[in-house]
Design a protein. Structure first.
Length: 74
Protein backbone atom coordinates (compact mmCIF):
# COMPACT_ATOMS: atom_id res chain seq x y z
CA UNK A 1 0.00 0.00 0.00
CA UNK A 2 1.39 3.39 -0.96
CA UNK A 3 2.24 5.70 1.91
CA UNK A 4 1.59 9.42 1.49
CA UNK A 5 4.81 10.41 3.26
CA UNK A 6 7.22 7.65 2.25
CA UNK A 7 6.27 7.08 -1.39
CA UNK A 8 5.67 10.58 -2.78
CA UNK A 9 7.71 13.73 -3.31
CA UNK A 10 6.24 17.21 -3.31
CA UNK A 11 7.63 19.89 -5.59
CA UNK A 12 7.68 23.66 -5.20
CA UNK A 13 5.19 24.04 -8.07
CA UNK A 14 2.60 22.17 -5.94
CA UNK A 15 3.10 18.96 -7.92
CA UNK A 16 3.01 15.55 -6.27
CA UNK A 17 5.07 12.74 -7.77
CA UNK A 18 5.84 9.13 -6.96
CA UNK A 19 9.39 8.73 -5.70
CA UNK A 20 11.59 5.74 -6.57
CA UNK A 21 9.98 3.42 -4.02
CA UNK A 22 6.47 4.56 -4.97
CA UNK A 23 7.17 3.93 -8.65
CA UNK A 24 8.51 0.47 -7.85
CA UNK A 25 5.37 -0.38 -5.89
CA UNK A 26 3.07 0.95 -8.62
CA UNK A 27 4.82 -0.95 -11.42
CA UNK A 28 4.84 -4.13 -9.34
CA UNK A 29 1.08 -3.88 -8.68
CA UNK A 30 0.44 -3.03 -12.34
CA UNK A 31 2.30 -6.12 -13.59
CA UNK A 32 0.57 -8.28 -10.99
CA UNK A 33 -2.81 -7.10 -12.32
CA UNK A 34 -1.76 -7.66 -15.97
CA UNK A 35 -0.98 -11.31 -15.27
CA UNK A 36 -4.04 -11.91 -13.08
CA UNK A 37 -6.31 -14.55 -14.60
CA UNK A 38 -10.00 -13.98 -15.32
CA UNK A 39 -12.68 -16.05 -17.04
CA UNK A 40 -13.98 -14.68 -20.34
CA UNK A 41 -16.49 -16.73 -22.36
CA UNK A 42 -15.47 -19.95 -20.59
CA UNK A 43 -11.76 -19.27 -21.21
CA UNK A 44 -9.19 -18.39 -18.57
CA UNK A 45 -7.12 -15.42 -19.73
CA UNK A 46 -4.78 -12.91 -18.15
CA UNK A 47 -5.52 -9.23 -18.64
CA UNK A 48 -2.38 -9.14 -20.82
CA UNK A 49 -3.82 -11.82 -23.12
CA UNK A 50 -7.16 -10.03 -23.20
CA UNK A 51 -5.46 -6.78 -24.25
CA UNK A 52 -3.59 -8.66 -26.98
CA UNK A 53 -6.85 -10.13 -28.30
CA UNK A 54 -8.47 -6.67 -28.34
CA UNK A 55 -5.49 -5.26 -30.26
CA UNK A 56 -5.81 -8.06 -32.83
CA UNK A 57 -9.53 -7.31 -33.22
CA UNK A 58 -8.76 -3.61 -33.75
CA UNK A 59 -6.12 -4.47 -36.36
CA UNK A 60 -8.68 -6.64 -38.19
CA UNK A 61 -11.16 -3.76 -38.09
CA UNK A 62 -8.62 -1.25 -39.45
CA UNK A 63 -7.22 -3.53 -42.15
CA UNK A 64 -10.33 -5.42 -43.26
CA UNK A 65 -13.32 -3.52 -41.93
CA UNK A 66 -14.30 -6.51 -39.80
CA UNK A 67 -16.87 -5.50 -37.18
CA UNK A 68 -15.20 -4.64 -33.88
CA UNK A 69 -17.07 -5.71 -30.77
CA UNK A 70 -15.07 -4.62 -27.72
CA UNK A 71 -14.70 -6.58 -24.51
CA UNK A 72 -17.00 -5.15 -21.85
CA UNK A 73 -15.66 -5.16 -18.31
CA UNK A 74 -18.53 -5.40 -15.83
Amino acid sequence: MLNEILDFTYSDDKGVYLNYNGKRMFVSAFYKKLYEKITVSDKTLSYMELIRIEIQKLIEYINNGTAYIPYKYY
